[in-house]
Design a protein around this ligand. Sequence first.
Ligand code: AMO
Length: 469
Amino acid sequence: MRDSSGWEPTAFRTHTIGQVVDNGSDLLGSEVTLCGYAETIRGRGAIAFVMMRDGTGHIQAFLKKDNMDEETFTEIQSAARESTIQIIGVVAQKRPPKVAEGEPTPLPEYEIQVEKANVLSMAGTPLPVGIIDDVNVGLDIRLDNRHLDLRRAHVNAMFQLRSKVLQYGREHLISEGFQEINSPKIIASASEGGTNLFPMMYFDTPAFLSQSPQLYKQLAVLGGLERVFEIGPAFRAEKHDTYRHLNEFISFDIEGAWMNDDDVMGVQERMIHYIWSKVAENDLNLIDVVNEYKISQGKDPVVVEVPQLPFPRISYCEAIKIVQNGGGEIDWGDDIESHHCDLIAENHPGFHFLPRWPMAMKPFYIFHDENEKGVTGGQLSRGFDLNYGRDEMTSGGQREHRVDVLNQNLRDMELDPADFTFYTDGFRYGAPPHAGWGLGVARLLMVLTGAGNVREVVLFPRDRSRVTP
Ligand code: AMO
């Protein structure tokens, strides 16, 4: 559950449940107004116990017919699970459970002795997704009912972890001098190849949804912002239907002036190290909630092991050798696919960089040093990937800052430089060497939470067959 220390009273409640649970001894005997979901409702006749939940915790509400308006008592007693209620009552200490002699006395627990109550919204029945009961429904039904799925403790914990990862990532980058930017999501030309664009009409002009902030984050750096980052949506009309591909995903991007590929790999590994360290320091309660569920499903719990720095660097050429020696079929110039990555991951199960890919496999904006050739004489680039085990987390690289080479790269990749003048113009008036990367947020969350599918850590995923809710 979330830390509730900074939550101010609102029009509907004086306290959060978490505040009462944490400060029960101070509040003993005081009147509080709480709101929440009625998770379970027990009791017959003249008494009822409601287990109430809000975003910060759980508390028992004790209702006695004699102490309150009879109609409201009956309404609450017969309310369906997950109905929302508001209660006004006095904080009391729960009767401590009996413990065997010699056993430690448990910490005091608190309940609310209700004086007044309101049903704010009655829940329908049956619930399509069990909140505390483990009803076995598939991912599709869960996603159709994400609004309810999110009320499940472990799902809620995963999204709290997602927020923490973004917060810590931001904190780290700001500490290294990066500033947050927002680039347009309606664009006129592709940065990541023209085949996976979603077309749209922008009034009378054909346009596309942005695949990546790539060209704009570079323009921001060329313009003198020097170190920038952006956390924003990227859209790809890819036909992939896998556990790690979506058609809309959140890309966590950086770009920095006077930096090369090595420099930005350093930023990346320090940022991931910081995120993992902060989660280990502050958020293991959330990991515990996720693990409780995993264990109940017979799955292995996830362990937050802060990765050691530096992450291994396995150049593309070395990676090809590792795959070949492991019996995989691959030649220099081929893409390193997931089944190849499995062979590399045998010795590098955690985070590892794969730098220096062939230029022919990288986009036009990646830098290459004409003197750097691969084993078969092919041109190497300053592009890299970061993988965790078999999964790609990040692509990045040093960028081409020489405008004539950039135009040649566009022509070599059968793109028309005339379509990119809005971008190449940025290089015509003095361009700093620069580098950056783009990290798939959901993929990083898969590693941290042990989720087997990016959809688990994306609120409302967009894939080939899903555009609602
Ligand atoms: P790339 O296309 O490799 O690079 O994307 C960067 C990272 O974004 C994530 N990603 C995806 N996640 C979910 N579903 C998808 N369909 C998907 N496609 C990509 C991956 C990937 O590593 N402009 C470059 C980055 C740069 O050089 O700065 C780019 O977009 O985790």
